[in-house]
Design a protein around this ligand. Sequence first.
Ligand code: NFD
Length: 236
Amino acid sequence: TRRQKTIKSTFFSRCEKFKEHDCQKLWDLFEKAHVNKDPCNVPVEAYDPLIAAAPFIPDCKKMMFWSGTKDVVHDLTAKRKDCYFTLEDTLLGSILDGLMWCGKNGKDDTFTTGCPGWSDCENNPVRSFWKCASAAYADAACGDVTAMLSGSTTTPFDPESIFASIEVTRLKAPRVSSLNVVMVLQMNAKSDCTNASLKNLQNQLDPNITYSCKDVAEHRVEQCGSQPQIMCGSCW
Ligand code: NFD
């Protein structure tokens, strides 16, 4: 069908921007995870073979996590690949970012409409994929890692988020030495580094990982992207 061609061609064109990967093999593994299944019954493990076939080889020292700050983070990382790297800069993360898909019982296709939304059922293909990919991404982290959280909510460290429920608990010392939270403050911010939810973050974090938090105005994050002469360590 026309629909299927759209996600398939997006998948291949994004995949082919990365060198040395067998995009057909990745597409087949991608489809195998959800095709011909109830779209509310695709467990996280269904995407294990896909993730295993596309190993994460990020520069583990530059790893950036985010929650509630998608646009700010990606505006920055698009311009400062010398400093930071996100899941969406990995092969699978960049292929599937922003896409929606599912299979259906008794059908051999991947669909992009009529699929369950993020919160309609827990085990939907999109949510299961991101959980699976986030776990593998966090497992690969090393050194000093950064997390950009949003000061625009009352709970910047939201227990329901993937950052809180999957990524933080997978960061392990001594491989990871520090977690540096950047609280992105827009005008009329609702919370900052003193927010109570950040106590939960510290409690969940491996005690041998050094925690820090810094309140940073959004325009300062944007400045770091627009002025490449700023050294990575001086962005905020
Ligand atoms: P988030 P997070 N309804 O900003 N990651 O901590 C709908 F429709 O809350 C990357 O959960 O941060 N969509 C991606 C939702 C996705 C809803 C997930 C909702 N109620 C996780 N809640 C990605 N690239 O798409 C969440 N979403 C979707 C990894 C929505 O697309 C990254 O490594 C939203 O933009 C990052 O460190 C996205 O999930 C961390 O987990 C993120 O929700 C961010 O997950």
